[in-house]
Ligand binder design. Structure first.
Ligand SMILES: COc1ccc2nc(C(=O)O)sc2c1
Length: 242
């Protein structure tokens, strides 16, 4: 997967060089290139914003630097990229959407700031590549960079070979619509609190059944909205004990 990120704060994307994303890049699973939008503004002050038509607070990102940046980036890879624009008015990122992103060969991320990017950039981009506006959730950030970090981590970790132990992906929260079960490690007693005895039983069948029940109960308690969509429900449907 190739990811090109365009931002006026390139340093915001430095964390992608750390830990798993960094290892994935070294393994050749993930290519990340960050581009400074101001490199595509040609006035003395490298201006990328201006006042909004129609009035209102704040500034709007000018179309010309964005279009030049997108046209430049499009020359760097093979095939047709998908443009992802983080924005509060977009599709909300879910595990399913992360899997869709992970299936893409080439993503360009446009990190907006201020009040957003001139709408004509989205229109012009849509003439040459798919465009998706994606939000982290129903709240507003100050810009797209934090959202891009989350999207790339959520998608890249699904790439084959990215996670050292693919098993760890199987029973994660949201993978099958349920939240994950509680986890424990040594010592067996800590501050007078015991590890659930079933986990010390050595009975893998009982452990699996307990973990599944914990996932159902946690999901019912914290995210009942997920329960009815879950593919992990027992054939008899949701257990009627809660
Ligand atoms: C101007 O660029 C922005 C502004 C707010 C914002 N909020 C996001 C979110 O995912 O909530 S992405 C994003 C991008």
């Amino acid at each position: 997967m190739r990811c090109d990120i365009i931002s006026i704060f390139p340093e915001y994307l430095e964390p992608l060089k750390l830990s798993l994303p960094g290892q994935a890049q070294r393994k050749g699973l993930l290519d990340v290139a960050v581009h400074d939008l101001r490199d595509f503004s040609h006035d003395r002050h490298r201006t990328v914003d201006d006042t909004p038509y129609g009035g209102g607070a704040g500034m709007v990102m000018k179309p010309q630097p964005w279009w030049e940046a997108l046209e430049h980036v499009r020359t760097l890879g093979d095939g047709t990229p998908t443009l992802i624009v983080p924005g509060p008015g977009g599709e909300v990122l879910t595990q399913r959407l992360a899997r869709e992103l992970a299936d893409e060969d080439w993503l360009i991320f446009a990190c907006g700031r201020y009040e957003g990017i001139d709408e004509r950039v989205y229109e012009a981009a849509a003439d040459v590549m798919p465009v998706r506006v994606i939000s982290l959730g129903d709240y507003v950030l100050n810009g797209g960079e934090v959202a891009v970090l989350a999207m790339i981590e959520a998608a890249a970790r699904l790439l084959p070979g990215f996670m050292g132990n693919a098993e760890s992906l199987v029973e994660e929260s949201h993978e099958d619509g349920l939240l994950e079960y509680p986890v424990y490690t040594k010592p067996a007693t800590w501050q007078g609190r015991e590890v659930p005895p079933v986990l010390l039983s050595g009975d893998h069948g009982k452990v699996a059944a307990w973990r599944h029940q914990q996932r159902l109960e946690r999901t019912a308690a914290r995210r009942p909205d997920l329960l009815h969509a879950s593919s992990a429900l027992t054939p008899g449907g949701v257990d009627d004990r809660w």
